[in-house]
Ligand binder design. Structure first.
Ligand code: IPE
Ligand code: IPE
Ligand code: MG
Length: 247
């Protein structure tokens, strides 16, 4: 099925867009290096790209967009780079708080927020508060996020609940899933990784069990609407069987 079908009113029909798109925002550093700029310049442009792609996703009817912005392993990077990324995230959240109402965007931060600065945690608290008033498009930003960490902390929470007599001893996928950071968010239908690497790098390990993967060499700061359309077109050519057989 082609993405850009034209309906009777002559408008593009985006009815076949995936409900949930996840993106590993990769390639910022290389984008900057190619231009003789510091890696942090790539992160700054990458943050603008996120803004544009989030708006586009909302406009074409995607319900959830989840992006990987900082992993539990990214702390290994030079202190200056980590500082610059945190500064950009802080600015992004501050601006988002001002515009969420106008743009009707719900935002959720997924990850181990306890490892973040008090300033960023306060901004996360505010975005949660504002988001609770909205329905519709939801942008999830994975910050200090690791798929293994997410599963580990869910196991710990379950163990504590079990000990307190608040959880059933018969552990099910649903029950363990209820302790994940991404609880309540449907699994991604399409996972996109720009930047040329073909790996998952500890992203949404539980949730991507049946997601369709799309890899592209385009670096994240260069990723535009046309590239997203291409990924969605490719997604629409896939045959999702979830372990069953083709009808
Ligand atoms: C992704 O871009 C952003 C973060 C991981 C924070 P990179 O910084 O990994 O860019 P490359 O992969 O080095 O080009
Ligand atoms: C994955 O990118 C993490 C984010 C984009 C936040 P990395 O650049 O950290 O991953 P590797 O090191 O190439 O696997
Ligand atoms: Mg990278």
């Amino acid at each position: 099925m082609a993405l850009h079908m034209v309906n009777k009113a002559g408008e593009q029909d985006h009815s076949s867009v995936p409900r949930h798109i996840a993106i590993i925002l990769d390639g910022n550093g290389r984008w900057a290096k190619k231009r003789g700029l510091p890696r942090t310049a790539g992160h700054a442009v990458g943050s603008e790209t996120f803004r544009k792609i989030a708006t586009y996703c909302r406009d074409i009817g995607v319900e959830y967009l989840t992006v990987y912005a900082f992993s539990t392993e990214n702390w290994k990077r030079p202190e200056d780079e980590v500082k610059a990324i945190m500064q950009l995230l802080k600015r992004y959240l501050q601006e988002a708080i001002d515009t969420m109402e106008r743009d009707h965007i719900r935002m959720k931060i997924l990850g181990n927020t306890e490892g973040l600065s008090t300033e960023i945690r306060e901004l996360i608290r505010k975005t949660d508060e504002i988001s609770s008033h909205y329905q519709g498009f939801q942008a999830n930003i994975c910050l200090n996020y690791g798929g293994r960490d997410e599963i580990l902390q869910a196991a710990k929470k379950y163990a504590a609940a079990l000990q307190a007599g608040e959880a059933d001893a018969e552990l099910t996928e649903e029950q363990l899933g209820s302790y994940l950071y991404a609880h309540g968010i449907p699994d991604p239908d399409l996972l996109i990784r720009p930047g040329g690497e073909q790996r998952i790098s500890n992203f949404l390990l539980w949730q991507c069990a049946y997601s369709e993967f799309y890899f592209t060499d385009v670096l994240w700061p260069d990723f535009g609407k046309a590239e997203l359309d291409k990924a969605i077109e490719e997604f629409n050519r896939r045959d999702r069987r979830f372990g069953g057989v083709k009808k």
